[in-house]
Design a protein around this ligand. Structure first.
Ligand code: HEC
Length: 101
């Protein structure tokens, strides 16, 4: 059965592909604010700035991104829910992860 040798490689590539899409969406739609170093915008990679926000949970954060939150504009007209959620997951994963309940 030499044809099964690709399976371990596939198991490594598939999860990477899943996280890449959140990163791609982030780079296109979110990085201009969340990576630019502005003190008024919670920056990706800052555990301090994302700890309490991740505590609101994925649904609440999706609502903010979809409908806008203070000076963050709404994204619901240009992005699908799952794309916004993927980008949120990407930010949180780079910023200390989801807060433990
Ligand atoms: C025009 C600048 C801008 C863009 C573009 C932007 N954000 Fe934001 N975002 C902000 C600012 C500013 C805040 C902080 C709002 C506050 O807490 O007052 C914020 C807050 C957030 C929050 C926390 C919301 C909450 O309820 O506390 C999340 C999650 C988030 N952004 C994700 C994203 C994602 C995902 C994208 C891309 C799809 C994105 N942002 C694009 C400026 C931006």
């Amino acid at each position: 059965m030499r044809n099964t040798s690709f399976l371990p490689a596939l198991l490594i590539i598939l999860p990477l592909a899943a996280t890449a899409s959140g990163e791609t969406i982030y780079e296109k739609h979110c990085a201009q604010c969340h990576s630019k170093g502005d003190v008024n915008v919670p920056q990706i990679g800052s555990v301090e700035q994302w700890k309490f926000r991740s505590g609101y949970g994925p649904k609440s954060l999706l609502y903010s991104v979809k409908n806008g939150h203070n000076i963050m504009p709404s994204h619901g007209d240009v992005l699908k829910d799952e794309d916004m959620s993927a980008a949120i997951d990407y930010i949180v994963s780079k910023s200390g992860g989801w807060a433990k309940k």
